[in-house]
Design a protein around this ligand. Sequence first.
Ligand code: MN3
Length: 198
Amino acid sequence: MFSLPELPYAYDALQPYMSKETLEYHHDKHHNAYVTNGNNLIKGTEFEGQSLEDIVKGSFGKHAGLFNNAGQHYNHLHFWNWMKPNGGGAIPGKLEKAIVSDIGSVDKFKEEFIAAGTTQFGSGWAWLSVKDGKLVVSKTPNGESPLVSGAKPILGVDVWEHSYYIDYRNRRPDYLKAFVENLVNWDYVLEMYEAATK
Ligand code: MN3
């Protein structure tokens, strides 16, 4: 069974970069709907009892309804942890080194990540993930993640309008810049990087 976790911080803790109202709608309504719909759709399928990652990978291209909701549940479970109050700032040394060696520089990573989110047409996500041992930036539509293309996501940003429209209206690039500079929880990204590369 999927279940909705509590946010790892108070609803107003990410202000002014992400408002209490955005988190109330995004967590309590949108994420909760993925949990409820996912639980209804998985009943009686071969996916019952599997790990969330296996459900996401296994239902991709096979069971669109379940995939969309399980995929979004996976994405949002991490998304809440990919942010923290007073986030952004210095990237932990080991991860910074990998970014520089695989992507070129921290600035280039930020540029590529923001561009990926800005150019994702319609709803979706921008990602930093580990593929074949190397860090890559990518984007996906709707509830997809790099999991479905054999990569391991270590950072993702939600570019569905529900993630930014209350605070930024149509200014998606401003939201992405604030996410990178002021919200990212690099300790959690490092944790996922270490798990993905061990
Ligand atoms: Mn969302």
